[in-house]
Ligand binder design. Structure first.
Ligand code: BTN
Length: 253
């Protein structure tokens, strides 16, 4: 395995194969700060039990990028959830840095990255706070379709190679790790304001008609905003609904 060159703040744990990098990161984080200090980055070439949001499977053959970053931020658990938006804007920049010209990259609420309007990456944030208001650890899981993508998803998927990019897994990991570091520093120094502003500039569908599929309901309206807690604000004929979790679809594209 060719090891990527990462900034020295990262403690890279590179694995050939694992069930889920998030599960491995949870296990390591639970062993404490000595085993898994802030910045421990679990990377696997393939996963046999990759997990997506809302209990879904994340198909994880070799050739794609699977990482879980262990962080120990000194902020209340509710603010730590902002880290998934930090990761999203970082991945957007990382893809911009390795991109082939003429491609459209967008962010999709809450935690997806789109390439040519198809999902190319997803983020899965998990944390443990042991009953207190501050997290013991936060894990930022990230899956990027580099060489392949699933064909049978409800929202269409793509991969970098399907769009004729030549980017390799190591190159993508390096770009993401460097970019994440920069945006994490912005978040620590300036808070969520610049992250939210940047996320809103880069997202798809703001001000347009969207459909939000919830566990047992589908809401339609105009994507009005994302609030300070990362919730989506849906405008339904002037009634504003705050949505904390769901899947967004774009009926007009
Ligand atoms: C989603 O869009 O549903 C989130 C997908 C997150 C997948 C990544 S792959 C690396 C890490 N390990 C996992 O089991 N899941 C995340």
């Amino acid at each position: 395995m060719a090891l990527p060159r990462l900034p020295s703040v990262y403690n890279l744990i590179a694995l050939d194969s694992v069930g889920s990098t998030n599960d491995e990161a949870r296990r390591l984080a639970g062993e404490g700060e000595e085993t898994a200090p802030d910045g421990t980055l679990v990377w696997a070439l393939e996963q046999t039990a990759g997990r997506g949001r809302r209990g879904r499977t994340w198909t994880s053959p070799a050739g794609n990028l699977y990482t879980s970053l262990i962080l120990r931020p000194d902020v209340p658990t509710k603010d730590a959830a902002q880290l998934s938006f930090v990761a999203a804007v970082a991945l957007y920049d990382a893809l911009g840095n390795v991109s082939e010209p003429g491609h459209q990259i967008h962010l999709k609420w809450p935690n997806d990255i789109l390439l040519q309007d198809c999902k190319v990456a997803g983020l899965l944030l998990e944390s443990e706070s042991g009953g207190g208001d501050y997290p013991d650890w936060v894990i930022v899981g990230m899956g990027l379709n580099v060489a392949s993508h699933p064909e049978d998803t409800e929202f269409p998927a793509t991969s970098l190679h399907a769009e004729n990019w030549t980017t390799g897994v190591e190159e993508a990991l390096q770009a993401y790790a460097r970019s994440f570091l920069g945006w994490a520093n912005t978040w620590v120094e300036e808070g969520f304001v610049p992250i939210r502003r940047t996320w809103l500039q880069r997202c798809k569908g703001l001000g347009e008609a969207i459909e939000v599929r919830l566990e047992s309901d589908t809401l339609r309206g105009i994507f009005k905003d994302m609030d300070d807690d990362g919730a989506l604000i849906l405008d339904q004929d002037g009634d504003l609904t705050r949505i904390a979790a769901g899947d967004v679809y774009f009926p007009n594209t």
